[in-house]
Design a protein around this ligand. Structure first.
Ligand SMILES: [Zn+2]
Length: 84
């Protein structure tokens, strides 16, 4: 997942109690720990470079000129399509 601002790779945000493995990953900036607060419109991705988190709302606003929404389609759907 690429950041729409700096095009750096974003990491997914983990909510709830992080495991020790998750904390290690967060230290390597492989994921971002969002904490235990789970709200309706929690952001899904975090950019460590911009220090910003992004939610689905942003996704819909950039899908016109960016192709990252296409990568969101499950792979098995595409391969199933190819067989026909
Ligand atoms: Zn960024």
């Amino acid at each position: 997942m690429k950041c729409p601002i700096c095009k750096n790779n974003m990491v997914s945000i983990l909510y709830g109690m992080p495991s020790s493995e998750a904390i290690e990953k967060a230290e390597r900036q492989e994921l971002f720990i969002g904490g235990c607060m789970i709200m309706n419109d929690n952001p899904k991705y975090h950019c460590y470079k911009c220090q910003k988190s992004f939610s689905k709302d942003l996704k819909s606003s950039i899908d016109e000129n960016d192709d990252w929404i296409k990568t969101d389609v499950p792979q098995f759907l595409k391969s199933d399509d190819n067989k026909k």
